[in-house]
Write a protein that binds this ligand. Structure first.
Ligand SMILES: Cc1cc2nc3c(=O)[nH]c(=O)nc-3n(C[C@H](O)[C@H](O)[C@H](O)COP(=O)(O)OP(=O)(O)OC[C@H]3O[C@@H](n4cnc5c(N)ncnc54)[C@H](O)[C@@H]3O)c2cc1C
Length: 475
């Protein structure tokens, strides 16, 4: 908390910029914006705990207002936490030192589509589904469809380096971003021009993409579009184990095929997610594939992939399981059916590794997390030519709140430690937030120093989202 006097001065000055209707110091408003989808904070709230909340919440309407607000906060040394859709899963928007919550939801204009270049310019507050549906009307797709599509916005996608379910074909948000506008902490507005690439020094967009609000506020982006594919086909293949499934995926990529969806479920996840709907042998591992493109291309890729899978011992399940997943992929989340209830909790540690380490990371994390009492299931998705990510999903139930929280922290710690031991990286797409903040220095090793120097140069007063990305603990 920033103290009553500073709070009043800051709120009045911010109201002078954006009007009284768009700034609030009411605790109920502040509490509402403080919560994201981090399972631990939701469990704590359910048990009657108060989590940190902001002193002031402001809803700017354009980049000039964001600029003036940051200049005020910089002068008064008030912490600023940007808020996107508020669906982050790691506590990234929790304002651990209070201050200002800068909620960008009013900055939701789709500025325009350039049909020649097939790009769209948008403000950061546009919700993913609104953008996707808008461009669909013109025959395009963004290709960016994370499961949080209905809840997160473009600024949040960019700030966390998010990845959509079809990322193996269309890429991740950082691949799709041609131009970026950011307001840095002193209030300066900086532009990275929209071009497919350049060689004028480093690509500065990438400094801000993934910076989780610690270096500035992303206010606008120019994103690639793709034609809606002529054909989308689904295929499902069931393997005797994850080793043969991963081998098949690697061979599919080496053959030059880029499925839009690649999801390999381990035996526990197959038993929980697939077996209730399709007859599968115990201990088998289901691979879901989808292919996007022209009719001829898709038919060829699908057949070739099926041949590769069968050569690796897979049984062909046709399009059923894969199509079913596609049609029901949002069901579990809107409203959330499993995240938390009573003294039980579920969460996901999304990690990434090259193929030579991927399976070792899996076994090591599974063993470590299970040894802390977790039920662990996993699917490998977001696959590449050189490796891929996996979602280590865990559940735990405990007799009371305190043991739930401490068990949860031990499971996370065991999982991250095992991931690091085997050479994996601790997040593929969910970001750091609070869950991984204390591990960031270890993860980045000597390059953490560079991140700290960038932070010091851009944000010498440490006002931007302090306590996140392992940086910026406020005095
Ligand atoms: C049900 C569910 C499904 C999910 N599925 C996926 C998935 O498929 N793929 C995936 O990658 N993630 C997924 N996530 C995680 C999360 O939704 C994404 O990471 C998303 O990108 C967060 O966006 P948001 O707008 O909700 O961000 P928020 O939660 O509002 O913010 C996240 C972080 O970004 C910062 N931030 C937000 N906006 C800005 C801005 N304009 N400028 C600077 N910093 C900013 C915040 O300060 C915070 O640190 C899922 C989450 C849920 C709850």
């Amino acid at each position: 908390m920033i103290g009553a006097k500073r709070k009043t001065i800051a709120a009045e000055r911010i109201a002078g910029v954006i009007g009284n209707d768009f700034v609030t110091i009411h605790e109920t408003d502040a509490l509402l914006t403080s919560v994201d989808a981090w399972p631990l904070s939701l469990a704590k709230i359910r048990a009657g705990e108060l989590i940190p909340f902001a002193d002031i919440v402001a809803y700017p309407h354009n980049v000039e207002e964001v600029s003036q607000i940051l200049a005020i906060c910089s002068e008064l040394e008030i912490p600023v936490t940007p808020v996107g859709g508020g669906a982050g899963s790691c506590g990234g928007i929790i304002p651990v030192y209070g201050g200002l919550h800068l909620d960008l939801k009013r900055m939701n204009r789709i500025i325009g589509i350039d049909h020649d270049s097939m790009v769209v310019r948008v403000e950061a507050g546009v919700v993913g589904i609104d953008l996707e549906e808008h461009v669909n009307r013109f025959g395009y797709t963004t290709g960016h469809t994370p499961t949080s599509l209905r809840a997160s916005n473009v600024g949040g996608f960019l700030a966390t380096r998010s990845g959509g379910s079809m990322s193996s074909l269309y890429g991740k948000i950082e691949d799709m971003t041609l131009g970026l506008q950011v307001v840095i902490p002193d209030g300066s507005i900086i532009e990275c021009k929209a071009v497919p690439r350049h060689s004028v020094g480093p690509d500065l967009k990438q400094v801000f993409i993934g910076s989780e609000g610690t270096l500035g506020v992303i206010t606008e982006a120019t994103l690639q579009l793709f034609p809606i594919p002529e054909e989308r086909r689904f295929r499902s293949m069931c393997f005797p184990d994850i080793t043969s499934g991963l081998d098949a995926i690697r061979s599919i990529f080496r053959a030059g095929i880029r499925p839009s969806v690649v999801r390999l479920y381990d035996e526990t996840d197959t038993a929980m997610s697939i077996a209730p709907h399709f007859e599968v042998d115990d201990e088998s591992c289901m691979l879901l594939l989808a292919f996007d493109g022209s009719r001829e291309r898709v038919a060829l890729d699908e057949q070739q992939s099926a041949n590769i899978c069968q050569a690796h011992g897979a049984q062909d399940y046709g399009d059923g399981p894969s199509r079913r997943w596609w049609e029901h992929r949002y069901d579990m989340y809107y409203p959330s059916k499993f995240l938390t209830s009573g003294y039980s909790i579920a969460d996901t540690i999304d990690v990434v590794a090259t193929y030579d380490r991927l399976e070792r990371v899996y076994w090591s994390m599974k063993e470590a997390m299970e040894s802390e009492g977790a039920i662990v299931l996993c699917h490998f998705s977001h696959m590449y030519l050189h490796g891929g990510s996996m979602y280590m999903i865990f559940f735990s139930s405990q007799p009371d709140a305190e043991s739930l929280w401490s068990t949860y922290e031990r499971i996370w710690h065991a999982g991250i430690e095992a991931c690091h031991k085997e050479g994996g990286v601790m997040s593929h797409q969910h970001g750091v937030g609070l869950t991984r903040s204390t591990y960031t220095e270890d993860e980045l090793g000597s390059s953490f120093h560079v991140l700290k120097m960038i932070k010091q140069a851009l944000d010498p007063k440490g006002i931007m989202n302090p306590g996140k990305l392992g940086m910026g603990v406020q005095k």
